[in-house]
Unconditional design. Structure first.
Length: 344
């Protein structure tokens, strides 16, 4: 049974199917669907998760073994299988058909990969899994579909935007839902639970282009402290609201924490699963290499305190605090550092 991405939240709320096929080349929708499956699986008792990637040399017996293994901690098995090419090959096709016939309430199977064609959708392995579960195809949105997606995101943030305002967001972000999601998140931060007019949307979008907060984040993740401090100085001189940077730092901490947890579980990082594409993978890898779990916990505590203080407007020089937070992301021990002033 095929389910459209915008209908998926309602479907998974009703019940958890035994199998999901999630394919497509639109990363934001794909990431959201997979995250909903993982969340629902965990809340339904599927504590044991096995992640498999059908790369060159992959043994399909691993999939059969995963469906038959019993854990001391959980009788319910959640199996994630990634098909990097979108096709399992002859042996994989046979194995997936065997798995489809043996699925039961204690096994949840998620198969995901890139964009697939009609040939794959007509393949026997795909059909038998689709018959016992559901398929979700995530393709780039445009026109009315894009507008509908933006409206749903705005509603989730309790933001009221006119149709012309929605069109402005769509025109700015068409072809890149990741950018659209970031813009809407930023609007929610700047104008929480408000009606937002077109000039405010235009101003926020121009600000992003001018202030380049995301470039600051990449410099911070890469570990270049000199450039990071100079960039913060420029952002302060341009009058960028500090809460926007705090928002960005919290997002990056959450991403790093998930990546670190994956490594701690001795699982390979599937970058696209986290919505991280090739041009940014090096930045995250640098940060993961230099930051320990303990350092990430310290950063979380500092971010929480700073976020509360910023919202209460009790920090006289917020950019000094932002600079210290960025230094923590770069692995510097603030206890061994003198008080840091921004300078050009």
């Amino acid at each position: 049974m095929q389910i459209y991405p915008n209908q998926f939240p309602q479907d998974i709320k009703k019940s958890l199917r035994s199998c999901y096929l999630v394919f497509g080349d639109e990363p934001q929708q794909k990431f959201e669907v997979i995250e909903q499956i993982r969340t629902k699986a965990k809340s339904s008792g599927f504590e044991e998760r096995t992640v498999l990637v059908a790369e060159t040399g992959f043994s399909w017996n691993q999939l059969i073994e995963a469906t038959q293994s019993m854990s001391l901690f959980s009788s319910q098995q959640f199996i994630e299988l990634e098909l990097p090419t979108g096709k399992p090959g002859a042996e994989g096709s046979k194995m997936l058909q065997e798995v489809a016939a043996s699925l039961n309430p204690d096994i949840l199977l998620l198969v995901h990969g890139p964009k697939i064609g009609k040939d794959v959708q007509r393949a026997k392995w795909f059909k038998v899994l689709d018959d016992v579960g559901a398929s979700v195809l995530c393709y780039p949105l445009e026109g009315k579909q894009l507008t509908s997606w933006i409206n749903l995101q705005l509603q989730a943030h309790q933001l009221n935007v006119s149709s012309s305002g929605v069109k402005m967001i769509a025109d700015f972000c068409e072809g890149n839902l990741l950018a659209a999601k970031q813009e809407i998140d930023k609007l929610a931060l700047l104008y929480p639970n408000q009606s937002i007019a077109e000039p405010q949307i235009e101003h926020a979008m121009v600000d992003q282009s001018r202030y380049n907060v995301f470039q600051l984040v990449d410099v911070m993740l890469s570990g270049d402290s000199t450039r990071c401090v100079k960039m913060l100085y420029r952002l302060e001189s341009e009058g960028l609201e500090p809460n926007i940077i705090i928002w960005a730092l919290i997002r990056e901490w959450e991403q790093l924490w998930k990546l670190k947890a994956t490594l701690q579980n001795r699982e390979p990082i599937q970058w696209q699963r986290f919505g991280i594409w090739r041009n940014r993978q090096g930045f995250y890898q640098n940060a993961l290499n230099r930051l320990s779990i303990e350092q990430l916990e310290d950063i979380q505590s500092a971010l929480s305190k700073a976020d509360h203080a910023f919202k209460q407007n009790v920090i006289a020089r917020p950019y000094i605090e932002l600079c210290h937070l960025c230094m923590m992301f770069m692995g510097h021990d603030l206890r061994a550092m003198p008080f840091l002033e921004l300078s050009s």
